[in-house]
Ligand binder design. Structure first.
Ligand code: WT7
Length: 644
């Protein structure tokens, strides 16, 4: 499926100006990091990050718990803001923002610093201090990074909840984190409609006793309920806030943020990232992978509610002193050329997006990008799922005009930063491959016993050695952290992805091996959707699998058995889709719901999702069915499929 036909070497011109020039330069860097990891990372950390106090030692490993830059003190907001103010970047645009309605804001480093200091003082005024926890539930407006950086400045650990999540999902995250403050907005704009965030927050907050304060940004200006004593307008608190707020020297291992992601159970995992190691790697990868130069205008189209936005809209770019573009709304609003309009208008040089977005844009035709001057682009990026060679070629030809290398970046919420990716001035590209590991990253492909498989063979992708931006634990559940990541294959980090390595050492990621789906580059657990479905009064049982989808990569397909009753399947399917949107968020809605009288199970009662996956993928079941309790179930499901 992912066979490369051609390789693409960087142009001489690109190589000459790149941070890492040529495959030999990469090899030297890689080998140095492999042979002397502590020395290597110490050098990177020293070069890329400003520290208030140096570490006593680089690395501490009490498997599977790692500490990096032990004893050192730093501050993420200081690195993203203050240190630039003494340079030519003082008045450089830090955040170049466009709202969906077309409003626009350009915040210089100096101005952003001012806003962050003020808001940090607002938080202090509410009694918040280092060690406290804040939930941020906001649209894609500049105040979202302001809130994150204000938290970071005073040591408050933030957890950003994607604005597409429902009240139920928000509630679970507030409770799990134990947040005392929620920072939100009246709403945000998406396809011309208001996403009413404050309403959802109100619904969530009815069962969140730890929350003392809710700070509400006015974005859309629509009417919202304000609970006296608990709710405060951002602009009112901000009015008299002082602009003087020194960044607090925090321990290198101070918890910077928790970001919830789907695991293999119904309960999301709070992935914990800390300060020094995370900052070191997101900053270094801005140069290694995005080849960032001071004069670049850089745009990552992700939402800050996902890890891509944390690392590559906020912390990485700002720490590296970039101009980072932020766009509030949908790519197809008001028309399919919105992104290309933005590229043309702001002369974007580096553009980072997802395969699912690329495929959706391909479908609309080349006339949309072709109507715009995209000649400012010099580098393209892809993230979230394997990019199929056809989409790669289109991206390369129609968007990059065969001039721009494409960095296919493999990483995860857990890895914090990109781990496998081309260095664009060094590594010849093969469409569909994330190519080679970055310096300091030692991946391998193994079987379940941990034995490396031969080149060309499929196996589990693992990382052999801890890296600085690695997750530190699952919030409140170190046991689950141990089990999920360090026990499946003993002694190494288990990614949950299948992959193979070719004769050139290139990595080809094949997708998840666990019960995690990847829908439009968003991670979703089958169990999470199943638990949502069975909470509905009509549903007896549910089994959810991902089925291949041309645009979204995978689509949610639910098999549902019903309780006794007289159900109208069509109405009920619609109701269940709405139900899932309410329980999790719209993006989790099943594309397909199939009602059935029974689910395929083993004799011990375990649902055999593997068979359902096969059924929706290849329309038949040929795999091992010997443990299936009632073969008739599969025969009936297959027959039902043919009728459809
Ligand atoms: C999973 C992580 C990390 C940012 C976005 C997703 C898949 C990610 C690639 C890529 C093939 C990829 C993997 C991974 N994935 N990037 N370039 N090629 N697969 O973060 O939600 O934590 O999901 O996304 O399956 O395990 P996430």
């Amino acid at each position: 499926m992912l066979a490369a036909t051609q390789t693409y070497a960087p142009s001489e011109d690109f190589v000459r100006r790149a941070h890492v020039q040529g495959i030999e330069a990469r090899r030297v860097l890689y080998e140095k990091a492999a042979e002397h990891p502590e020395e290597f990372w110490a050098e990177v950390a020293e070069r890329e990050i400003s520290w208030f106090q140096k570490w006593s030692h680089v690395f501490e490993w009490d498997p599977p718990f790692a500490k990096w830059f032990v004893g050192a003190k730093t501050n993420a907001a200081y690195n993203c803001l203050d240190r630039h103010l003494a340079t030519h970047r003082k008045n450089k645009v830090a955040i170049l923002w466009e709202g969906e309605p077309g409003d626009q804001r350009l915040l210089s480093y100096q101005e952003l610093h001012r806003l962050v200091c003020r808001f940090a003082n607002v938080l202090k005024g509410r009694g918040l201090k280092a060690g406290d926890k804040a939930i941020i539930y906001m649209p894609m407006v500049p105040e979202l990074p302001v809130a994150m950086l204000a938290c970071a400045r005073i040591g408050v650990t933030h957890s950003v909840v994607f604005g597409g999540f429902s009240a139920e999902a928000l509630k679970a995250r507030i409770q799990d984190l134990g947040a005392t403050v929620v920072i939100t907005a009246d709403g945000g704009w998406r396809r011309g409609k208001e996403i009413r965030l404050k309403d959802a927050a109100d619904e969530a907050l009815t069962e969140c006793p730890t929350v003392r304060d809710v700070i509400v940004l006015q974005r859309t200006g629509s009417a919202v309920n304000m609970t006296p004593g608990r709710d405060h307008w951002w602009h009112e608190l901000d009015q008299n806030a002082s602009e003087d707020c020194p960044a607090e020297p925090l321990d290198s291992e101070h918890p910077l943020f928790v970001l919830y992601t789907s695991g293999t159970t119904g309960k999301p995992k709070g992935i914990l990232h800390t300060t020094g190691g995370y900052l070191t790697m997101v900053t270094a990868t801005m140069k290694w992978v995005f080849d960032l130069r001071d004069e670049d205008t850089y745009w990552c189209t992700a939402d800050i509610g996902w890890v891509t936005g944390h690392s590559y809209i906020v912390y990485g770019p700002l720490s590296a002193g970039a101009t980072t573009v932020m766009y509030e709304g949908a790519p197809d609003y008001p028309a399919f050329d919105r992104w290309w309009r933005i590229v043309e208008k702001y002369r974007v040089n580096i553009f980072y997006t997802s395969p699912t977005a690329i495929r959706a844009l391909i479908r609309q035709g080349d006339q949309w990008p072709n109507a715009h001057d995209l000649s400012s682009l010099r580098l393209l990026g892809s993230v979230g799922e394997p990019i199929n060679p056809a989409a790669w070629e289109w991206y390369y030809r129609v968007i990059g005009k065969e001039r721009c290398p494409i960095v296919d970046t493999w990483w995860q919420t857990e890895t914090g930063a990109i781990l496998i990716s081309p260095m664009p001035g060094a590594v010849p590209l093969k469409p569909g491959s994330a190519t080679l590991p970055l310096p300091g990253v030692i991946p391998d492909i193994v079987d379940l016993t941990g034995k490396p498989v031969a080149d060309g063979q499929e196996g589990f992708l693992v990382i052999r050695r801890p890296w600085p931006s690695m997750l530190r634990t699952i919030w409140g559940d170190p046991q689950r952290y141990k089990e999920q990541y360090w026990s499946r294959v003993p002694g190494v980090y288990f990614t949950g992805d299948a992959a193979r390595r070719d004769a050139d050492g290139y990595y080809w990621i094949l997708g998840r091996v666990d019960d995690v789906m990847n829908v439009s580059g968003h991670r979703l657990s089958t169990m999470e959707v199943e638990s949502a479905l069975v909470r509905h009064p009509a549903v007896a049982e549910a089994a959810v699998v991902g089925r291949p989808d041309e645009i979204t990569g995978q689509a949610v397909c639910a098999f549902v058995t019903l309780k006794k009753g007289d159900w109208n399947h069509r109405d009920l399917a619609e109701e269940l889709r709405k139900w899932v949107a309410h329980e999790i968020g719209s993006f989790a809605k099943p594309a397909e719901i199939r009602f059935t009288d029974a689910l395929p199970k083993t004799r011990s009662g375990k649902i055999m999702r593997r068979l359902l996956r096969e059924l929706v993928t290849s329309q038949t079941v040929t795999g091992d069915t010997t443990t299936l309790e009632d073969m008739g179930v599969i025969t009936r499901l297959a027959a039902q499929q043919e009728e459809d």
